[in-house]
Design a protein around this ligand. Structure first.
Ligand code: SF4
Length: 392
C-alpha cells in the first residue's frame, strides 16, 4: 500500500485543502502515515506569504529529498505558484514535482467538501477562494487570483455532515471571505437555520465588509455565531494605510468597531498588524500603538513587514531597517500582552458557551481558552465560568 504524508504550511485555507487532498488519497486506498520518513509520497502544501514561510518550506523540502527511501515529492500551494521563486534552481532537485493547480489533487475539481478534520476538534471549512484587492505588500492576489465561492447548498450540506460526524464548531475560512458571492450575512442566515447543535466562527473579515445584517445575526443568534471577529487593521496611521492600499481610514475603522462592540460588548476583537512597512517612521509607529491601546482589541497578530518580490511595496525605496522593525514588533508584542490581560480580566467570573478543544481544554465563543477537565462532559456545547488563569 502506498503511504503518504502531507506537510501543511500557512493559513486555515491551506489546512482545509490538505484535508481535501488527504480524503482523496485515502479514497484511493493510500495510507496516511504519522512521519514523513515512512512515506512513499510527500505532499508539500506550501505558503509564500512571507520570506520566512518560503524558507521554512524549502528547509523541509531539502530534508525530505535526502530521505534514503527516495520518496516522490509533490510541491503545491502558493510557493509553487509564486513565479518569482525558482524552486528547482534553489533546491537543485529534479525529483520534486511541482503542481501549480492544487485542485488537480482534490477529489473532484468542482466539488470541494470534507467529511472530517483530522486531529482537530474544530473543523475549518473553506467557503471562498481568491483575492483581487492588491494590498501593496501582499503576494496573495498574484498566487490566488481566481475569485471562487462555494455554493451555499454545498456549504450547508458540508456543515451538516461535519456536525453529524461530531464537530461542534465550524470555522468558516476563505482567502477574502467578505468577497463571498451573495455576501457572508446571506450565507450565515442560512447556516443558522440548520437544526443541529453546533456553532460557526468567522475566521477573518475586512472592516468594510461587515454589514449591519451580520452584526444583527451575531446579536440575535449568539448560540450559533461566535462572538469573535478577526478584523485586520495593519496600521494605525492613515498615510501608511494609503500606501498599503487598504481601503479605509483609521477614523472609519474606529467608528465601526465602536459601533460593533456597543452592540456586542463581549466580542473578542482580534486583529493583524504589519510593522515596519516601507516609509513607516517612529511617529507612525506611535500612532499605531496608541490606536491599539485606545480601542477594544483583545489580541494582536503582529507581522514584521516581509518584502515580496513582484508586489508594489517591494519597489518602494524607503525600507525600514530590520533592527528597527524588530524593536517596533517588541513594542507591539507588549501591547498585545496588555490587551489580552485586559480582555481576560473583563471576562473573569462570566459564564460562556464553550466547546472542547482537547481532554483538558475548552474554547469559549469569544475565543478564551480555559483549562478544565472535559472527560465527563458529553454535551457538545456547554457553559463554563471563565477563571483567572484563562488565556486568549
Ligand atoms: S485583502 Fe489584502 S492582505 Fe488580504 S489577501 Fe487580499 S491583498 Fe492580501
Amino acid at each position: 500500500m502506498t503511504k503518504f504524508y502531507i506537510y501543511t504550511f500557512g493559513c486555515k485555507v491551506n489546512q482545509y485543502e490538505s484535508q481535501l487532498i488527504s480524503e482523496k488519497y485515502k479514497k484511493d486506498n493510500f495510507v496516511h502515515v504519522e512521519t514523513p520518513e515512512e512515506a512513499d509520497i510527500i505532499i508539500f502544501n506550501s505558503c509564500t506569504l512571507t520570506k520566512q514561510a518560503d524558507k521554512e518550506c524549502q528547509y523541509f523540502l531539502r530534508k525530505a529529498s535526502k530521505f534514503p527511501n527516495n520518496p516522490k515529492i509533490i510541491l503545491t500551494g502558493c510557493l509553487a505558484k509564486n513565479k518569482n521563486i525558482d524552486i528547482k534552481q534553489n533546491l537543485k532537485n529534479e525529483n520534486i514535482i511541482i503542481v501549480q493547480d492544487k485542485t488537480t489533487l482534490f477529489p473532484e475539481h468542482t466539488k470541494q467538501t470534507i467529511t472530517s478534520f483530522d486531529k482537530r476538534s474544530r473543523a475549518f471549512l473553506k467557503i471562498q477562494d481568491g483575492c483581487d484587492s492588491f494590498c501593496s505588500y501582499c503576494i496573495v492576489p498574484y498566487v490566488r487570483n481566481i475569485l471562487w465561492s462555494k455554493p451555499d447548498n454545498e456549504v450547508i450540506s458540508e456543515i451538516t455532515n461535519l456536525v453529524i460526524n461530531g464537530y461542534a464548531e465550524i470555522v468558516l475560512t476563505g482567502i477574502h471571505i467578505g468577497k463571498y458571492n451573495g455576501g457572508c450575512s446571506n450565507l450565515l442566515n442560512k447556516i443558522i437555520k440548520i437544526p443541529l447543535e453546533f456553532r460557526v466562527r468567522i475566521s477573518s473579515i475586512e472592516i468594510n465588509e461587515i454589514d449591519n445584517k451580520l452584526i444583527e445575526l451575531m446579536q440575535n443568534y449568539p448560540e450559533k455565531i461566535c462572538h469573535h471577529l478577526h478584523i485586520p487593521l495593519q496600521s494605525g496611521n492613515d498615510d501608511i494605510l494609503k500606501y498599503m492600499n487598504r481601503k479605509y481610514l483609521t477614523k472609519t475603522f474606529e467608528e465601526k468597531i465602536k459601533h460593533i462592540t456597543n452592540i456586542l460588548p463581549d466580542l473578542a476583537l482580534t486583529t493583524d498588524i504589519i510593522t515596519g512597512f516601507p516609509g513607516e517612521n517612529q511617529e507612525h509607529h506611535k500612532e499605531t500603538c496608541n490606536f491599539i491601546k485606545q480601542n477594544p482589541f483583545s489580541r494582536l497578530h503582529v507581522f514584521r513587514y516581509s518584502d515580496r518580490s513582484g508586489t508594489k511595496a517591494s519597489s518602494f525605496i524607503n525600507k525600514v531597517p530590520q533592527n528597527i522593525i524588530k524593536s517596533r514588533a517588541k513594542d507591539l508584542f507588549e501591547i498585545d500582552l496588555e490587551k489580552r490581560k485586559e480582555f481576560i480580566n473583563k471576562n473573569i467570573g462570566k459564564k460562556r458557551k464553550t466547546v472542547k478543544i482537547g481532554k483538558d481544554k475548552v474554547l469559549t465563543d469569544n475565543y478564551i481558552t480555559i483549562i478544565t477537565d472535559t472527560t465527563k462532559i458529553s454535551k457538545k456545547i456547554f457553559e463554563v465560568i471563565v477563571p483567572e488563569n484563562a488565556g486568549i
